[in-house]
Write a new protein. Structure first.
Length: 392
């Protein structure tokens, strides 16, 4: 039985039951279900007003960082669109959807994330995003009308409703701080996720070598009879734990030298420790000041680590947590950045509109209209071009 799928179905059933029992308090707008409440409002107000100087400084950082990331993300979106037109890229933008399996996948127009990673990541994302909007609105002494939670189809959401009319009467900086706070909260959560993953990796795993996936034809590793894939663990007297160790050992050895490599190879589903003797050569490009053996690997996947002894019973839990917070990082950073683009209804669009009203009030609407349509076109092209490239 597929227990993963069963757990997903149980969760969805649980949500349906909750919303059905509370249906009198649930507002429905097509596929959108919203449950407004006053619970939590007092906490946001007290928390936002308790440390006004801290939140003002955090808001300033949020605004500056928000515009920097917005400009960078817009540049990356333009560059990615150009690459799609040149067919240098197979996949562009995509909708993040839940997968009913434990495997992640991607294709034209979608990124499928394991359901539990997806649901937990989205919940954390929306709670932090809307919570930061509420805290900053409270700091600026803007009334919070209500807050709540809901579902868009099966996508969980949370919302905080500040008094828009009251906020509009505030100065430019208070408004900017409120609008930038949501994505800033997402970036902070993304940063926390990276620190957590790094801490778990450092505490629970030991580096054991450099994994390689292939051999370059005609170069020393291939000529010596090395097999791929494998994991290099030693080069002469140098212990190889990661790519930095391997690069250092090859620099110290130099070209045209006889070396002995120790590597772990998978043979008939068994891991075999093999020793190879080969002669280093010069790199195919650049200065000939380092030894070269001709292995190929993906840098982000080359540093192989092994779970520390005694932690085997917790291997599944450790894998789940590191996998989960990898997706928490990706979703919070990417969606936080997307929200800052100069597109009308997004927080970024409202921030740009505030600045343009100060700089060039006469042309603010024209510029915002152009920017909004331009960004929308880029996003649509990122969705459409992968399909067009496939058909062509």
């Amino acid at each position: 039985m597929n227990w993963y799928l069963v757990s997903v179905l149980i969760f969805i059933t649980f949500l349906v039951v909750i919303f059905y029992k509370d249906r009198k308090n649930v507002e429905r707008q097509s596929f959108l279900l919203m449950r407004r409440t006053q619970r939590g409002k007092k906490f946001l107000i007290n928390f936002g007003r308790r440390f006004p100087r801290f939140w003002k400084a955090a808001g300033f950082i949020a605004v500056v960082l928000g515009f920097i990331i917005s400009i960078w993300f817009l540049y990356m979106l333009i560059d990615q669109t150009i690459m799609l037109f040149r067919e240098n890229l197979e996949i562009g933008a995509g909708i993040v959807i839940p997968s009913l399996t434990q495997d992640a996948s991607m294709g034209p127009g979608y990124f499928a994330v394991p359901f539990w990673y997806w649901i937990i990541s989205i919940v954390l994302l929306v709670v932090v995003h809307e919570g930061m909007h509420g805290i900053m609105a409270a700091r600026e002494k803007c009334r919070i009308k209500s807050l709540g939670w809901g579902l868009l189809a099966i996508i969980p959401l949370a919302f905080v409703e500040p008094d828009e009319k009251q906020l509009a009467k505030k100065g430019a900086w208070p408004q900017l701080r409120v609008f930038a706070a949501g994505s800033f909260g997402n970036f902070c959560l993304a940063g926390f996720s990276i620190l957590l993953i790094a801490s778990i990796t450092t505490a629970c795993f030991t580096p054991i070598g450099v994994g390689y996936s292939g051999l370059m034809e005609g170069y020393p590793a291939n000529v010596s009879g090395m097999q791929a894939p494998g994991i290099i663990t030693q080069l002469d007297d140098y212990a190889i734990r990661n790519t930095a160790d391997l690069d250092y050992a090859l620099r110290q050895t130099g070209p045209n030298q006889i070396i002995t490599l120790r590597a772990m190879i998978m043979i008939n589903e068994d891991i075999v420790d093999e020793i190879y003797v080969l002669k280093t050569t010069c790199p195919p490009e650049g200065a000939c000041n380092s030894g070269f053996i001709g292995i190929t690997y993906v840098p982000s996947q080359a540093n192989i680590k092994e779970l520390n002894a005694g932690l085997e019973p917790f291997a599944g839990l450790i894998s789940f947590i590191t996998g989960l917070f990898t997706f928490v990082f990706l979703l919070n950073f990417l969606i936080g950045a997307l929200n800052l683009l100069p597109l009308g209804p997004l927080d970024g669009g409202r921030m740009y509109s505030i600045v343009l009203k100060k700089v060039t009030p006469r042309y603010e609407k024209r510029i915002m209209t152009f920017l909004s349509w331009f960004v929308l076109l880029l996003i649509l092209l990122n969705f459409v071009m992968p399909f067009v490239n496939i058909l062509i």
